[in-house]
Design a binder for this molecule. Structure first.
Ligand SMILES: [Cu+2]
Length: 122
């Protein structure tokens, strides 16, 4: 019995290693070409959760909240002085024009939802 458990945990470890080194690829940052990005708020994740946008140009973030929990209803952009309420199952557009390139995190109040804006100078 113990030997079986050891074999099982060994198999799971190998599966984990295969997953990590061969199968896992981080999602690429999304580049809007229309000046608008749609972000779905569901199951504890923003999709996409990493967004590349240009500095000094207005970008529309179009949120659609599919999560009924009240915590998901607020999105806060750190260091950009932006926060907004997201109505359930309705599009909410937030237009941002960041002036300083860098990485800006955003999330819900309790930080269950997290995302990053990569602002680049172009
Ligand atoms: Cu939350």
């Amino acid at each position: 019995m113990t030997a079986l458990m050891v074999n099982l945990s060994g198999l799971m470890l190998m599966a984990g290693i295969v997953w990590w080194f061969w199968l896992y690829r981080p999602a690429p940052a999304v580049q809007p070409d229309t000046g608008a990005v749609q972000i779905i708020v569901e199951n504890g994740v923003y999709t996409p959760d990493r967004i590349s946008i240009p500095a000094n140009q207005p970008t529309t973030l179009r949120f659609l909240r599919k999560d009924r929990s009240s915590c998901a209803a607020t999105v806060i952009f750190d260091n950009l002085d932006i926060s907004a309420e997201l109505p359930f199952d309705e599009f909410k557009e937030i237009i941002i024009t960041p002036t300083t390139p860098g990485h800006y995190t955003f999330g819900c109040q309790m930080r269950m939802y997290r995302g990053t804006l990569d602002v680049s100078a172009r």
